[in-house]
Design a protein around this ligand. Sequence first.
Ligand SMILES: Cc1cc2nc3c(=O)[nH]c(=O)nc-3n(C[C@H](O)[C@H](O)[C@H](O)COP(=O)(O)OP(=O)(O)OC[C@H]3O[C@@H](n4cnc5c(N)ncnc54)[C@H](O)[C@@H]3O)c2cc1C
Length: 506
Amino acid sequence: MIRTGDDYRRSIQDNRDVYMNGERVKDVTTHPMFKPLVDIRARIYDMQHDPATADVMTVTQDGEVNAVGNALPYTQDDWWAKRRATDAVLEDVGGVVTRVGDETVGEMWSLYDGTDVLNEVDPQFAKNIETHIGKVLKGDPFHVSANTDPKGDRSLAPQDQDPDMLLHVVKETDAGIIVRGAKYETAAAYANQAFTKPTIANWGNAELSDYAVGFICDLGSPGLKFLCRGGFAGTRGDARDYPLTNRFDEVDTIVIFDNVLIPWENVLFYRHTKAASFIRATLHRYSAFAFVQRTLKQADQMIGTALFNARQTGLEKQPAVQEKLSQLAIWREGINAHLTASIALAERSPAGLMMPNQSLMMTGRCHALNNLPAMMHIARELCGGQICVTPNVAMFENPETKPWMDKYYTINDRWVAEDRRKLLAFARDLLNSDYAGHRLTFQLFAQSPPFAQSGAVYRNFDWDGPLNFVKNGADLSDRVMDGIAPKDGDSAVLKYYGDALRKAAE
Ligand SMILES: Cc1cc2nc3c(=O)[nH]c(=O)nc-3n(C[C@H](O)[C@H](O)[C@H](O)COP(=O)(O)OP(=O)(O)OC[C@H]3O[C@@H](n4cnc5c(N)ncnc54)[C@H](O)[C@@H]3O)c2cc1C
């Protein structure tokens, strides 16, 4: 099933307890700091129906039309279709939005892959995973991700401090579990559901824990409070001076769980700490692709902006400028190559889905993100100091100042003051503004912190290749190859974790 933009808007007008800037928000669909993103999310739904875009945004499966982003991937073509749909969205909205559903829904497919392992620990929840995979297809919800708790003092176990620093179960009832705690979740205030699971944290060595719980949280549930950081939209005067700030701010929220009932049918795993570790290890097996694809589009924004500026000012012909532009292109094409190769060398998952090649995708994520700050700095340099000293639009319009602005910002017949102002305002918002800094931090942390991204590389790179090459070259004995752990993408990983889990369950 596919929803429309208005279906989506109605679904979040459920009187949820949302706060921003210390005030209760009555309706996120009309509040000026949420509306721009709600409208973009609604447009994505409407693109599924728009004759111009419906083909790229939807897929027909078993006679039913579903969103491409929600469809489980079985073939390489499915990945090309997902990549095309994401590109279509970002081109249509004219910017980069990440947490709009397709980037997070893949976490559910990792869970699907883990069904056998989870079954071995505790079979009672396996059918819930399948039900929810189906529900995403049939219900077309806006699905987000909840991992990160406030955590408190990391040197202490959660039970040795305020126990709510990490989300945990406080009670079981016939209807379900009651949970308390808090999670940081981008977009939760205007989404429908969140796959909620434990963070990477010191939540103890016990085999069973009230903190090891994963579930689908209906974001309209009673007892949830959404305490949002201040939005950017409307904070910097005329929107024309900050075109990205005013359209693309994805509002982050600390979601408070004040004794929230999670019905049993929404519980995906519970109490087994090894199950929680397994979920964490494979979480981004699919969703990293959509995340990295966003960085590719961000690279295009930076290249386009820097090149337009170099062209405007006649600097493009300078070899030193071309060299800097090439550095941006090399980085951009490195991301493109990782994404493309991860489809070309895609791997079959334990549950029979098609995973992007894990090693190429996880190394691609690090290549994209580790280089992002340096690349932003090159783009900033290529745009020159004028991006931070140029007056705002009001100065270009005031009759007293306009002649001067026109004089100094018109370069030639092609580049008149108005376009130069627009480009500089765009560049400032892309590279220098509060929004730009936030966006950089989002890329750094939103999917997982850098050490966890490196961890995913470590678990997925095929170390055997270099080891065997050296073993043979140095004529080492077979003994040196003992005790090597399998990779995440390896079907052996199920056995590896399965054995550990079975032991834990015993
Ligand atoms: C803009 C933005 C959006 C976000 N959106 C979401 C979201 O939608 N859903 C969600 O669940 N989370 C989200 N997050 C939270 C994000 O996942 C966390 O910020 C991230 O996991 C880091 O956790 P922390 O902030 O508690 O940092 P900390 O745990 O305090 O870590 C800080 C630093 O300490 C070091 N460190 C900590 N632990 C270790 C370790 N074990 N090994 C090595 N170094 C370590 C690292 O340098 C790390 O970066 C978002 C964050 C940002 C900034």
